[in-house]
Design a protein around this ligand. Structure first.
Ligand code: HEC
Ligand code: HEC
Length: 217
């Protein structure tokens, strides 16, 4: 009797596997095989230590679906270009731009998988791209953002290199994630290389900065 029940449930499980969309399941499997060595996909950050973070060569991806724009992610996985001018987790080594490249099929499956990983901290539809004098003032003068981040201005690239480049942020990052990250950085990252600005700037100021970054070509 018990044997029969096991056989029946096994059969049912196989049926589910056979009928489930192979795309999303494929992305999960490809990620486990080729990516988990350098990226973790379980969060939130408060369950991680700095040692966990440093054990992986690449940034955590547990909120990838909230952070990235889908089209950017699919294209980048096929043709990855350096984002952090200095290699991740290190400020001494230059980024060689040698991130593994995915085939078109793998990139599509991986994108579907990663876009499904979201954080409830990111509220959708809050930030609309736009430049205000207040945001320019905060980003460029009042706060030290440009000392650590590359940004575009009048067709040229300026700024520092210790943080990820913000050039192309209009296509790469979800503005709602940028706001959530600036407002509540600890939810996302155990490592505190990027200063916490939530105590220095008010929510309206952070919103304006996120909207400004969302215009960066
Ligand atoms: C040998 C280690 C390594 C492997 C393997 C690896 N990555 Fe990465 N990944 C990195 C590093 C380092 C970065 C940071 C690159 C940069 O900032 O220029 C990165 C960045 C990324 C980013 C951008 C993250 C961000 O916050 O900017 C994504 C998305 C990504 N990897 C996905 C993948 C996927 C999908 C795979 C598997 C096909 C993979 N990676 C395999 C090391 C790795
Ligand atoms: C002392 C250097 C430093 C300063 C100053 C700084 N940042 Fe950062 N920032 C970083 C680093 C380093 C990271 C990457 C953190 C990580 O992924 O571990 C980061 C990450 C970010 C990210 C996420 C980018 C990504 O692709 O993951 C945004 C957006 C950002 N900073 C915006 C700002 C803004 C806006 C300011 C000014 C109000 C600012 N930063 C000031 C160093 C800095």
């Amino acid at each position: 009797m018990r044997f029969l029940a096991v056989t029946v449930s096994l059969g049912a499980a196989l049926l589910v596997m056979a009928t489930a969309p192979s795309y999303a399941a494929g992305g999960d499997a490809i990620f486990k095989k080729s990516c988990t060595g350098c990226h973790y996909t379980d969060g939130p950050a408060k369950e991680k230590t700095i040692a966990d973070q440093l054990a992986k060569k690449g940034p955590e991806l547990w909120y990838a679906g909230s952070k990235f724009q889908k089209a950017w992610l699919a294209a980048w996985l096929r043709d990855p270009k350096p984002i952090r001018t200095y290699k991740y987790n290190s400020l001494t080594e230059k980024n060689k731009g040698d991130h593994p490249k995915s085939s078109a099929g793998d990139a599509a499956a991986l994108t579907d998988y990663l876009m499904g990983l979201t954080s409830p901290e990111v509220k959708a539809g809050l930030i609309k791209a736009g430049t205000t004098p207040q945001a320019k003032q905060i980003f460029g003068k009042k706060m030290p953002c440009t000392g650590c981040h590359e940004y575009p201005t009048a067709g040229e690239v300026h700024g520092g290199h210790s943080g990820p480049t913000l050039v192309g942020a209009s296509k790469r990052l979800n503005p709602d994630w940028v706001y959530a990250y600036l407002a509540n950085i600890k939810v996302f990252k155990p490592v505190r290389d990027m200063p916490d600005f939530a105590n220095v700037l008010g929510p309206k100021e952070l919103e304006s900065v996120a909207a400004y970054i969302a215009t960066f070509e």
